[in-house]
Write a protein that binds this ligand. Sequence first.
Ligand code: SF4
Length: 158
Amino acid sequence: MGTVANYTGGFILESIRKASRLFDSTEGSLADNEKGIRLRNNINEFEPLIVSFNQAAEYIRHAKTIAIGERVCRTLHPGSVFTESIFLNELAESLVKVGHARFATIEQAEETLQKSAAHPIIISKVSGEYMEICASYPPECLYWRAEKRGLHCLNPKK
Ligand code: SF4
């Protein structure tokens, strides 16, 4: 499972980098590929869900702490479209501490998501709790790339 420590220690970025390498060095479906299956299992530990703006806002309104910061994977693609993620609770506190995010109000977090309205919103579990809300950028998003290569991982929140 992805943990808060993985996000502050850079492990998460290394995992995304490795997955991107797998996508870039292969073609076609990875559904029966050993590395692909391992990757899908790792991804599924985040239990990513596609959420509407209102569903994302519910998580934001119920959070004890909120922070905003650049979407995690953009570090690997600095020239790509800029979008920011919303981090909640322990993840928010930890990312602010290491300088990767800034504290925010409910209104600021909602405004940030609204700015990226064209981007599908994904919420991921970190340390067993939904704490990362990302206005994803499908061409570079690990989840969307996995889906395209036959590794099903994204489900809409009911
Ligand atoms: S775009 Fe996808 S891989 Fe990148 S931070 Fe957002 S959810 Fe994670």
